[in-house]
Each structure stands twice: as structure tokens, then as C-alpha cells.
Design a protein around this ligand. Sequence first.
Ligand SMILES: *[C@@H]1O[C@H](CO)[C@@H](O)[C@H](O)[C@H]1NC(C)=O
Ligand SMILES: *[C@@H]1O[C@H](CO)[C@@H](O)[C@H](O)[C@H]1NC(C)=O
Ligand SMILES: *[C@@H]1O[C@H](CO)[C@@H](O)[C@H](O)[C@H]1NC(C)=O
Ligand SMILES: *[C@@H]1O[C@H](CO)[C@@H](O)[C@H](O)[C@H]1NC(C)=O
Length: 294
Amino acid sequence: MSLSWLRIQTATCALLSFATALELPEYVGLKTSLQNNILEITLHNPNSPINVWNLDTQDGLADIVAKLQQDNETKVVIFKSDVPRYFMGHLDLTTPNLTETWPTSVDVIYNISTLPQVTIGAVEGRARGAGNELLSALDMRFATKTDVLFGQPEVASGLIPGGGGSQFLPGLIGRGRAMEYILSSKDITASEAEKIGWINKAFETSTEMYEYIDVLTERLRLFPLLALRDAKVSINRRYAPSREDLLADVAAFAVRFRDPIVQTLQEKGQALAQNVSDFEIELNLGENVLGLYA
Ligand SMILES: *[C@@H]1O[C@H](CO)[C@@H](O)[C@H](O)[C@H]1NC(C)=O
Ligand SMILES: *[C@@H]1O[C@H](CO)[C@@H](O)[C@H](O)[C@H]1NC(C)=O
Ligand SMILES: *[C@@H]1O[C@H](CO)[C@@H](O)[C@H](O)[C@H]1NC(C)=O
Ligand SMILES: *[C@@H]1O[C@H](CO)[C@@H](O)[C@H](O)[C@H]1NC(C)=O
């Protein structure tokens, strides 16, 4: 946080009689914008063309969440991405000491699922693995129809969705469909995802999606935060996992991660990707994971 940033922030607060309590620094990997008690978080990992979840994502979101937990003015939080074709790829599996740091990431995802504010995902591009886990932990999901795919590709890599994917998805699409998509590691399009409840609604264009979200948030921000919060608590009590549920997945993920088959499959993946970029491979990851077994 630079001094000039502080000066601008102070000057802005002095000018506005309705200055908000929420003050956010600059983050690596996330952009934020706050207007009329609506916070927009743009997922933007500057070091990853597929917008992976890494420690910057974890630290930035943990800081924002800690502030939102104390904030009594922000009513709605919208998650989006400005990385072309990727809302968010999966967890960065090359993160050092992954099994030690991942539990904190999952705690952040749990904390996001229990925020007092209403959380909304606006998806353009692909949301897979941790990207889809973050998304399914939110209260609502909207997406455009073109060039959008969702998936939990972990099982094909010898892993399991360790960040709550196998906890949140059954609540959205039911046990049988969660089994189908998680066990097969296949992708789903936005139109299909809309039909089965993976997302709330799919739109022809980005403009239509944001118009719909704007109308909805204009309503939501009229209502008392404590009423929004308590209604969420009630819905989540039955349909969202507890912290203990998620920690059990974290432990199971760590066991899978140490299985030698995972290393073998990762090496096979790297060999397949030798002459193709991650960006290309990941566009149709649900299909391309079958290459690991060819
Ligand atoms: C999650 O929220 C709790 C407070 O409810 C806090 O103690 C914990 O540190 C948070 N976790 C992370 C990783 O930020
Ligand atoms: C929000 O919290 C602050 C500090 O805790 C308090 O001064 C303020 O009155 C609260 N505002 C509302 C609308 O509850
Ligand atoms: C990984 O963990 C080990 C042992 O806890 C520590 O010494 C090392 O600095 C860590 N590496 C990174 C890159 O955080
Ligand atoms: C990648 O390209 C090199 C040289 O162009 C070639 O020898 C190699 O067979 C290619 N590998 C794959 C997996 O296609």
C-alpha cells in the first residue's frame, strides 16, 4: 500500500459524507471496486493465463473476508474475472508445501460460504477445480452461454476435489449428478449447468447477465443485512457443509496427493503438454484428461 494511495483514499473519504467502513488495500491477483455497498472482486492472477488459485489468491481473499466479516454496510459481493476465457482454473498444484498451505485456502472458501453478505458469481470462461469450488461456495451463480465450462477434474488426476467441491455440488445438483460429474471429471456447459441447478441462470451475452445481476443487487441492497445474513444461515444449515466436513476433505486430498499415481499422472500430463500451452490444454480439460489414459 503506497503513501499516494493512502492520500487518495483519505481525500475520497473526506469528500463523501457517506464514506463506507470498508477500506481495502491493493492485492496481488485480485482487483476490487466498491460502490453503493456492493463490492466487486475481479479474479486476476497476473502470473497465470488460466487464472489459477495460488497463495496470492488465498491471502487476498482471506484479507477481504476478514474485513467483510466485520463490515456492516456492504450487502453484496460479486466475484468475476477479467482473464480471457478463464473465470478461474484449478489450484496451482506447483505451490510449494501445497498440503500445508491448502487447508488455509479451504478455510477461506468456508469463510466465504458463511459471509453475512450475499455472494454472487458472474462467470465468463472456465471455472474448474478450486475455481468451481469457490464458485459453488457462493450464494448464487450466473454465467454467459458462450465459451463457458465448469468442472471438477481432480479424480482423473488421481485426486479428489479437496476444497469443498464434493460437499457443495450435491447441494446444488443432487447426489447422483454430483457423482456423475465429479467421478467422471467431465466438463459441463453453462446451458446444461443451468438446467440442473449448478448455476442459477445462463445468458446469451455478458450485458444481459450484468443487467440481471444489477436488478437483483439493487433489490438486495435495500434489505437489512442481518435479515440477509440470518436467511443465509438458515439455508446453509441444511444445504452447505460445515468446517469439519471441509477439513475431512482437506485430509483426504492430502492422502491422495501423496499417492505415487498422482506424480505419475502429473508427469504424463507434462509430457502430453510438451508442445501445447496450458492455456490450450485447459480450454477443453474435461476431454483432454482422457489423454492421461491413452
Ligand atoms: C475464517 O474465519 C474465522 C472467524 O470466523 C477466522 O478465525 C479464521 O482465521 C478465518 N480463516 C482464514 C483462513 O482467514
Ligand atoms: C456499523 O458499525 C460501526 C462500528 O462498529 C458503528 O459505529 C455503526 O453505527 C454501525 N452501522 C450500522 C448501520 O449498524
Ligand atoms: C516449506 O516447508 C518447509 C518446512 O516447513 C520450510 O522450511 C520451507 O521454507 C517451506 N518452503 C516454502 C517455499 O514455503
Ligand atoms: C514436440 O515437438 C518435438 C519437436 O518439434 C517433437 O520431437 C516431439 O515429438 C513433440 N512431442 C509431442 C508429445 O508431440
